[in-house]
Design a binder for this molecule. Structure first.
Ligand code: HEC
Ligand code: HEC
Length: 251
């Protein structure tokens, strides 16, 4: 019953968003606190705060499941997000990446006005809940059928990927948990495009400065090609769900 109430609360709040719009609109004043990429003195993944706390806690998967209930309203019960890229897939993402991103969003070091009100300590709890939900999503099996681009430029994408991305995201896009490098294989194309453009333009304020440098010369064609290629990189078979899988935790 509690479960149902939670989901309902998010649904009601979401419909309010659709009519009224987010509290701080994109492009307007952002109430951010920390330094942004591109600013003097910015240090990527400087640590501290909730990120450090969560990294040192032992995760409780049961509580992770309870916390995820709120998230499931947008990221979907399976953690697969939406093909149109509104909501990214979280399933299979490295726990440390989720911890960093969630802590950054809560600390207003990464703007996410849609999600922000639902991710606050008053809604889901403190650093322990961050650790718990990250462990839960890391274990969810990934979407077998993510959104892709038009498939016209895969050869170019493959070459650009090998020359510019493998160093950090790995040959197959698996990323690296210990280095906080995201898994990008099998992520929805439309989400990848949005993040990439924001990273390139300095709008995703918690971005890695070396990556920002690396992609400065990418044309629109390059961007589409490389991200279409990334969206088609297959996660390991044992991390991928069968088509049509439903998460039994939320049935
Ligand atoms: C109201 C909808 C909504 C809810 C509820 C929500 N999110 Fe999100 N979340 C989003 C959106 C939208 C984005 C993508 C924002 C962007 O494009 O930068 C996102 C992005 C993220 C990211 C970054 C993913 C990445 O690949 O970098 C993480 C991590 C995340 N959400 C975790 C959570 C967790 C954990 C919860 C539950 C506590 C949650 N979200 C609840 C809408 C939501
Ligand atoms: C120097 C290392 C490095 C290189 C090179 C690099 N990246 Fe990244 N990338 C990162 C890190 C680190 C992040 C996460 C930053 C953060 O903490 O928010 C990231 C984030 C991303 C994201 C957002 C992921 C998400 O879940 O929101 C995408 C998409 C991405 N990279 C694609 C690429 C592609 C494609 C290339 C090659 C053209 C590339 N990156 C090159 C380090 C790198």
């Amino acid at each position: 019953m509690l479960k149902f109430k939670h989901t309902l609360a998010v649904a009601v709040a979401l419909s309010a968003f659709v009519t009224v719009g987010p509290v701080f609109a994109a492009g307007g004043e952002s109430p951010h606190k920390g330094k942004s990429v591109g600013e003097e003195g910015y240090v990527w993944n400087a640590g501290g705060g909730e990120e450090d706390e969560a990294l040192h806690l032992k995760p409780d998967l049961n509580n992770g499941k309870d916390v995820y209930e709120v998230c499931s309203a947008c990221h979907q019960p399976e953690g697969w997000g939406l093909t149109d890229g509104t909501f990214p897939q979280l399933a299979g993402q490295h726990a440390k990446v989720i911890i960093k991103q969630l802590a950054d969003i809560r600390a207003l070091n990464r703007d996410n006005p849609t999600m922000y009100p639902f991710a606050l300590p008053s809604q889901i709890g403190g650093p322990q809940s961050i650790a718990d939900v990250a462990a839960y999503t890391a274990k969810l099996k990934m979407n077998p059928d993510p959104g892709h681009g038009d498939g016209k430029d895969i050869d170019l994408g493959k070459k650009l990927y090998a020359d510019n991305c493998t160093k950090c995201h790995g040959a197959d896009g698996a990323g690296d948990n210990d280095k906080f490098f995201p898994r990008i294989q099998g992520q929805h194309y439309a989400y990848l495009i949005r993040q990439y453009e924001w990273i390139k333009a300095g709008k995703r304020r918690n971005a890695n400065p070396e990556m920002v440098q690396q992609i400065q010369k990418f044309s629109d064609r390059d961007t589409k090609a490389v991200l279409d290629y990334v969206s088609r990189l297959k996660p390991p078979a044992d991390m991928t769900a069968p088509k049509g899988w439903k998460n039994p935790d939320f049935q």
